[in-house]
Ligand binder design. Structure first.
Ligand code: ATP
Ligand code: MG
Length: 239
């Protein structure tokens, strides 16, 4: 089960950054998400996904890297961008330094080639958040970031962006125009219903397209949660 596997690895690694191994049950769960996302873009291909949640710690970064590796393993050229500039963690998953990332590129401290880090997984590249900035909004609203998006759109089949939680920061509204679809992560049995609803309203008010909801920390025998998990796919902005 996803939750048990995360607990075991967490104890070993002391942090929660788990890149699940192919041929595991957990990996299959992420592969199922790929199937759902592919169905959702049957008429018009979606390639730029943002992963968000209501509050911190619900599983955004884990969901982001693991969906990205599933796409990379199915022969797609994939890029992960860490736009959670306040709490960046993507670099931990790949055991790489958080230098020469988004902030460095936007502040002209490095070029794009240097900012793109190759991972050990074939076809999977990463742009980390980069050197800490006290002004994440300035970076997110910069022309430099927008032109980076345009460039990487041509270079990659799929791009997955890790973002801050919706209720904790309004950061992402400035880049929402570039994102094709949002994936909303929800911590089963923990996220408050009214707060989750507020998240969905804010995303809808920003006129973003919601691909679906990924339930994390689902207990093995929680049939209700499982039902919701599958049912929740296709959670479109007009529904
Ligand atoms: N599907 C899952 N089942 C069980 N545990 C999970 C799952 N996904 C993530 N976790 C665990 O939950 C914790 C938080 O995960 P993660 O760092 O991905 O969340 P986050 O939303 O990115 O957090 P933050 O808001 O701090 O960036 C980690 O310990 C991680 O291992
Ligand atoms: Mg995170």
């Amino acid at each position: 089960m996803l939750s048990n596997l995360f607990k075991k690895k967490k104890a070993k690694m002391n942090r929660g950054e788990v890149l699940v191994a192919p041929n595991t049950h957990a990996y299959q769960n992420y592969a199922d998400i790929q199937i759902n996302l592919d169905f959702a873009s049957v008429d018009q291909k979606k390639k730029f996904f943002a992963i968000t949640s209501t509050t911190p710690g619900e599983g955004k970064s884990s969901t982001c890297v693991n969906i990205a590796q599933v796409y990379a393993n199915s022969d797609n050229k994939v890029l992960i961008i860490d736009l959670d500039l306040r709490r960046p963690t993507i670099h931990y998953f790949f055991k790489m330094p958080n230098s020469n990332g988004i902030t460095d590129y936007c502040l002209d401290k490095c070029d794009l080639e240097t900012a793109i880090h190759h991972t050990k997984i074939n076809n999977l590249d990463v742009i980390t958040a980069g050197t800490h900035t006290p002004y994440p909004n300035k970076i997110l609203q910069s022309h430099k970031l927008n032109s980076l998006f345009e460039t990487v759109k041509d270079k990659y089949d799929y791009i997955f962006v890790d973002t801050p939680p919706v209720l904790a920061a309004s950061d992402m509204v400035s880049v929402s125009g570039t994102i094709d679809q949002y994936i909303v992560v929800c911590y089963s049995g923990f996220t408050k219903k009214n707060e989750f609803n507020e998240t969905i309203s804010r995303l809808r008010n920003a006129d973003v397209d919601i691909a679906g909801v990924v339930l994390t920390h689902v207990k093995k025998h929680d049939k209700k949660a499982y039902g919701y998990n599958y049912y929740s796919y296709g959670y479109g902005k007009n529904k």
